[in-house]
Every structure is written in structure tokens, then in C-alpha cells.
Design a protein around this ligand. Structure first.
Ligand code: SIN
Length: 294
């Protein structure tokens, strides 16, 4: 155990909102030393701001898993596009990286854009939170943006809001956010046939009670009960609305950043970056339960 890990925690972190509709930086905290009081402050800030940034952390994989477990049981990392699981000894850690070692990608998603999505919403019980820890970052590009789906819902024009009342949405389990086909899945581009869980389109956040628009991802999404063309038109209208910049905040990464997001009330996307540069991130996910309608 390192000296820092053995020391008592410092004071609870200072919460500095980003000024955007979501997100806050929590400063003055070494996450290896977060005691119960510090964790309670972090948990409160997470529910209030949806996305939290902790700068200048120095976390081993074990530290990352230990801190993540404060929020609940962890999901095992999904299997990489190539069929491999990730970090030896830490099956909860998923590697997001473009780095290729000995001819094998060490992680997922490459260097291209990762489109707007909510993590694993094609499952009946998507994770309630994700944490991404930056080990290597490129000199440019690879920024991650977050979108606040409670604000997006609240600002929805009344006619669109009425049209989605009581509807559900099927979330695609075929493609990941980098456009890669998931392991063991037969690729299809027919949203009606694509595998994936059905969730309410307007859901109630189980912890802070806010109503959120629960879109998941655009590709292969489908609104059961509608003709395909009607489902596509309604989804296009919703996605045009949520793409408005006032619902988003963008994070420019530094090594040692840990970002924690509420996976029930946000979506995220990542910019492409130069594939000749390196980006290595370790991710954990905290188990959640199915979304309930608002
Ligand atoms: C993800 O989409 O989960 C990864 C985001 C990132 O690489 O910044």
C-alpha cells in the first residue's frame, strides 16, 4: 500500500461548477484517500452536476476499482471488438485506446469519433455510472463532450413533448459508439430487427427524481409500435433538438484526469484524434437498474 493510501483523507473537495448546464470540477481531493465524508460530498455533487472532473489523480488500476466500488457493484468490462477482455487481474476495467501492441489493439474504439451515446443502454440494466481515467492523452483531439438529457427534455418544444408521451425506445446492441460490431452479434441495419433492450423514452432518474430524455444512441434505434419511417422521423427530430450546444459541456483531457458521469441522465461523445498519437483510458462502470418511465 502506498503512503498516500494509508493517510487519512483531507477535507471534502471544493465543488466548482463548469458554468455549462452540467458538470463540475471537484478540487482538493486525492481519490485514494476519500473517506466517508468526502465520498458523501462527491456522491451529492454527482447527483447535482451529473458529470464530475477530478484533476491530477495518481491511480493504479486497483485504486480505480476501489474508488469505483464506493458507488456500488461493478459490471465486468464488455468484451472488446476483437474478442479480448482487458486488464489482467481487473476484469472490471475496460480499456479505451487506439494503441496497438504486438499487432493487437490494447483497447476499444480506435482513434475515430465516438458518436453520442449512453453506455450499454442496449442492456435491460444499463450501468448507473461510468468512470474514465486518463493514462495517456494525445496532444490534440480526443475531447469528450457530455449532454444533459434532463435539460434537453425540459427544453423540448411542447408538440414534440406531447408526441413522445408514453412511448418506448429500443436501444441498439449491434454497434458500439465507434461503429464497430459488438462481439457475437449478427450485424443488421434494420432498426426493427436489431437486438437491444426497450426502455421508456422519458424516464425518471431513480435518485434525483428528474425526468430525462433517454435516447441511448441514434443508429438502429426504434420506437416500437410506429411505422419505421415515422419512428425515424420522430427520432431525427429529437436528435436535432439534443444536438443544440447549450445542453453540452466538453472536456479537454490531461493525464491524471478522472471523469465520472451519471449514465442515466447524460450522453457523451468523443472527438476523433490523430491515429499516429496515443490515447489510453481505463474505464469502470457501476451496476444500475432498468429505467422507469417518468
Ligand atoms: C466512451 O465513449 O465511452 C469513451 C469516451 C472517450 O473515449 O472519451
Amino acid at each position: 500500500m502506498s503512503l498516500a493510501a494509508a493517510e487519512p483523507a483531507t477535507a471534502p473537495p471544493r465543488v466548482i461548477p463548469t458554468g455549462a448546464v452540467l458538470g463540475a470540477e471537484l478540487s482538493g481531493i486525492d481519490l485514494r484517500r476519500a473517506d466517508d465524508a468526502a465520498f458523501a460530498a462527491i456522491h451529492r455533487a454527482w447527483l447535482d452536476h451529473a458529470v464530475l472532473l477530478f484533476r491530477d489523480q495518481s491511480l493504479s488500476d486497483a485504486d480505480l476499482v476501489r474508488f469505483s466500488r464506493r458507488f456500488g457493484d461493478l459490471d465486468l468490462a464488455p468484451v472488446q471488438e476483437t474478442g479480448r477482455r482487458f486488464v489482467d487481474g481487473h476484469p472490471e476495467i475496460y480499456v479505451v485506446s487506439n494503441v496497438v501492441r504486438d499487432g493487437q489493439p490494447i483497447g476499444s474504439l480506435g482513434a475515430g469519433e465516438a458518436v453520442w451515446h449512453t453506455d450499454m443502454s442496449y442492456l435491460p440494466d444499463p450501468p448507473k455510472a461510468s468512470m474514465l481515467y486518463a493514462l495517456e492523452v494525445p496532444p490534440a483531439g480526443g475531447d469528450t463532450s457530455f449532454c444533459d438529457m434532463a435539460s434537453a427534455l425540459a427544453a423540448l418544444p411542447a408538440d414534440l413533448r406531447r408526441r413522445i408521451d408514453g412511448l418506448e425506445i429500443k436501444h441498439d446492441g449491434t454497434y458500439n459508439s465507434g461503429g464497430f460490431v459488438r462481439q457475437g452479434v449478427q450485424p443488421t441495419d434494420d432498426p426493427r430487427a436489431a437486438p437491444g433492450a426497450i426502455h421508456p423514452l422519458v424516464a425518471r432518474h431513480p435518485e434525483n427524481g428528474r425526468a430525462v430524455l433517454y435516447l441511448g444512441r441514434r443508429r438502429n434505434a426504434y420506437i416500437p409500435g410506429l411505422q419505421l419511417a415515422d419512428s425515424e422521423a420522430l427520432l431525427d427530430a429529437l436528435w436535432t433538438h439534443v444536438a443544440r450546444p447549450e445542453f453540452a459541456w466538453t472536456h479537454r483531457w490531461r493525464v491524471g484526469d478522472l471523469v465520472l458521469w451519471d449514465n442515466r441522465s447524460t450522453m457523451h461523445r468523443r472527438d476523433a484524434f490523430d491515429p499516429a498519437t496515443r490515447r489510453v483510458m481505463h474505464r469502470t462502470q457501476i451496476k444500475g437498474v432498468g429505467m422507469q418511465s417518468a
